[in-house]
Structure formats: structure tokens, C-alpha cells
Design a protein around this ligand. Structure first.
Ligand code: S3P
Length: 254
């Protein structure tokens, strides 16, 4: 009995492996076509249509819920297969505090299937301390040294979306390192937009008072650095996350 069931499972696995291989290959070929036509990898309507069709096919399936859950993962992997075909570089987000790097990074990771790395969170994990604590207990110099270490660790990752802290561009070595495998995208925003986004947040030690004047003066100091480091600039004022994400994935990456 056991042998018969095992043989049945083995047979299913070989059918699945073969079908998934064909599915991913078709996805990769589709990505090449999309790239040629300038189409985005992520087509939400198409995914919804595939899921609807699947739901109809699974109506009488006892394991319909499991199969639908598995499909979410298949979609994710399929986006990665396609993004790999379209983007040969990591996508690195730079810009001032409050420019939306983390939120956008998560969104981009979801729609591209790439892995998301948040430099500030990695520093917190590495030190076991929050960013405000690192600044108040050890000072900015210590923080910059930890930031430098994390960027160095990230120099080997691939198929990645990397969201950096606002001061990453201060060190030339960070920029050189990030550029080895990535395209740097500067998320731009007006000081008033940054202030509105940061107003209720308390985790930015360099902007304790959060006045418009403070933002303007620090931003002024850094504009030249962001501009020199960036491969692309994207304006974010008044735009939705999904519109900014689509604009980034539509950039001519090579
Ligand atoms: C900093 C920005 C912060 C964080 C730290 C220093 C900066 O990251 O790295 O507080 O120098 O601009 P966010 O830009 O994600 O807020």
C-alpha cells in the first residue's frame, strides 16, 4: 500500500516539476517579449484573470484552498523569473528621510519577486539596538561605521531591492559598493512633502525638531551627493506608491 501511494506521489512530482519548468520558461520568454515592447513585468489584471480561471477550475477540488495558496507563491517566483530577465541590476533606493524608500522598497519587492533589504533594519538587527538608541548611546560616527559594514555585506547580493538610510551617500565608498551590482534611484520630494510624511514619526535622530527649516538645510547639504550618486531620479510628490513603483520598473535598466 505504502509503495503504491509513494509511486503515485512520485509520479505527481515529476508531472509538477515538468509543468512548472515549462511554466517558468514561458514566463521568461514572455518577459523578453514584454521588455521588447516596454511593458511592465507585473500585470495585476492578468494575475487576477489567472486566479479567477483557477478558482473556477478548482470548484470541486477538496484541496482548492491549498492550491490557490500555492499559486500565490508560483506568481511570486514567476515575477522573479521575469524580473531577472528584465533587470540585470539590483534596484537601490536612495533619498532623504521620509522620501518613501522603505514603503516603496517593499512594494517593489512584491511586484518584482526580488528580495527586499532594508539597511536601517539590518543595522538594528546587527547591533540589537534601535537607530535612535545607536545615535544617543554611540553617536553618528559609530552609526556610519555600522552602516558601512551593512552596505559592504550587501555588495554580493543579487536580485535585490535595497532601501538605504538617507545618509548613505555621505560615504563615497558606500556609493561605489552599491553601484557594483545596482542602479541607484533617487526618490525626490519637496521639503513640505517630507515634513508631512515625517511629522508623526519619532525615529529620526538627525531631525529631532522636524521643522521645515531643518529639513531644508540638511537637504540642501545633501542634494549634490544624491544627484552625483543617482543613476535615475524619480519625483514622488503627490504620487501613489503604485504609480512610483510602475515608473521605476519602467526605467530602461541594462
Ligand atoms: C539618516 C536617515 C535614516 C537613518 C538614520 C540617519 C540620515 O534613514 O539611517 O537616522 O542621515 O539621513 P531613513 O532615510 O530611512 O529615515
Amino acid at each position: 500500500m505504502l509503495d503504491v501511494l509513494r509511486a503515485e506521489i512520485d509520479q505527481c512530482d515529476s508531472i509538477l516539476a515538468e509543468a512548472l519548468g515549462r511554466r517558468f520558461l514561458a514566463a521568461a520568454r514572455m518577459a523578453a517579449y514584454k521588455k521588447e515592447c516596454g511593458m511592465a513585468v507585473y500585470q495585476p489584471e492578468r494575475e487576477a484573470a489567472v486566479l479567477n480561471k483557477l478558482a473556477a477550475n478548482l470548484k470541486n477540488q477538496i484541496y482548492g484552498a491549498e492550491i490557490q495558496e500555492l499559486y500565490q507563491h508560483i506568481f511570486q517566483l514567476s515575477r522573479r523569473v521575469q524580473s531577472r530577465q528584465v533587470f540585470s541590476s539590483n534596484i537601490v533606493l536612495i533619498g532623504f528621510m521620509g522620501s518613501g524608500k522603505t514603503t516603496l522598497g517593499r512594494h517593489l519587492a512584491k511586484i518584482s519577486g526580488f528580495t527586499f533589504y532594508d539597511v536601517d533594519r539590518m543595522i538594528e538587527q546587527q547591533t540589537g539596538q534601535s537607530i535612535p538608541n545607536i545615535f544617543s548611546m554611540h553617536g553618528e560616527k559609530y552609526f556610519r561605521a555600522r552602516e558601512r559594514e551593512v552596505i559592504e555585506r550587501l555588495s554580493t547580493v543579487e536580485q535585490a531591492i535595497i532601501s538605504c538610510g538617507g545618509g548613505v551617500v555621505i560615504e563615497d565608498a558606500n556609493v561605489t559598493c552599491l553601484k557594483q551590482r545596482g542602479k541607484l534611484i533617487w526618490l525626490k520630494a519637496e521639503p513640505a512633502t517630507l515634513l508631512a510624511r515625517l511629522r508623526h514619526q519619532h525615529d529620526r535622530p538627525l531631525l529631532k525638531d522636524k521643522s521645515l527649516a531643518d529639513i531644508k538645510s540638511l537637504l540642501q547639504e545633501r542634494l549634490r551627493l544624491y544627484s552625483a550618486a543617482a543613476d535615475y531620479e524619480v519625483t514622488t510628490d503627490g504620487k501613489s506608491i503604485s504609480a512610483i513603483g510602475d515608473a521605476i520598473l519602467g526605467l530602461p535598466f541594462v
